[in-house]
Design a protein around this ligand. Sequence first.
Ligand code: F6R
Length: 365
Amino acid sequence: ELGSYSHFMEKEIFEQPNSLMNGMRGRFSDDGSTAVFGGLNLTPQELRQIDRILFLACGTAWHSCLVAEYLIERFARIPVEVEYASEFRYRNSPLDKNTLVIAISQSGETIDTLGALREAKRKGYRTLAINNSVGSTIARESDGGIYQHAGPEIGVASTKAFTSQIMICAMLALYLGRLRDLSYGDGVDIVKALKQVPEQVHAILKQNEKIEAIAKKYARYEDCLFLGRQLMFPIALEGALKLKEISYIHAEGYPAAEMKHGPIALICEECPSVFLATSGEIFQKSLANVQEVKARKGKVICIATAGCDLPEGLVDDIVIVPECHEIVQPILMSIPIQLFSYHVALARGCDVDKPRNLAKSVTVE
Ligand code: F6R
């Protein structure tokens, strides 16, 4: 089943142009301005009544929810909240009656996500699931949903399921936006941007050897920070989770500007940082955060979109991803962090497909 690949994680990283394509297939309107979904079981009228969305998930899927929060608030202007399923199910939080609850789960069997979904249903909320396993318990028990169609994910560390979840959330933001204030032209731009993603991911994957060389340089460190602002904050969290779960390096993700409120104390020659920088309004602010780290002798690996104007020699290592629409930045920026973690773990001799203490699907509390 592995074909020419050494590990499922590697195979699944390289499958992403396809898995992303499969998630989009047949899901755009004929006029190319919005997404269409077959299984929401909610009419456009009902969806226009929704005045809040609550996302529930665990782990990597929870990071997808955080990306969804930024995207849906920005493009559909609906207030979004994100909760760990394990916290929500026992918290008894008051929710507005027009809240839509969306659970995200690759396996569709995660016990906390299922428990949270059941709790939301018990209280009478409409529920949807974004899920990668057709016929899973979470898919069956929710009122409607969207299948990811990313194909089976075997590697314990989620890769293609994560980018596929973000893709679905971007399409959902587009769809909900077009039911509200997002214009035809803005919708067309987003559809075009989404359709370009598989090819752009393919181009990033071609940098595998370069990223491997960078990973080997940093594999000996025992700590690592991942920093990013706005849409890059959840990707920083995901980068840290990927690295810690397969390489056992202690890693943390932070919004870059939070550095000075504590984590900057960790910065020294022995604690490198991975910076996620995207061009756009926030770039100059991210640059200032990179400079703060460099001033404290911290090594910096920068993953940046092509339009970022980084001063020559500022960072120690750099990976460039293609310039793209904001809505697809989280997908493209995820690819280098997956490859980086994979190669760091291999360099440390770790079993990337079966990391210690972890199970693919967490069906016990
Ligand atoms: C990390 C990882 C886990 C899962 C989490 C939820 O790489 O795979 O954090 O994301 O256990 O699993 P699902 O999405 O199956 O509910």
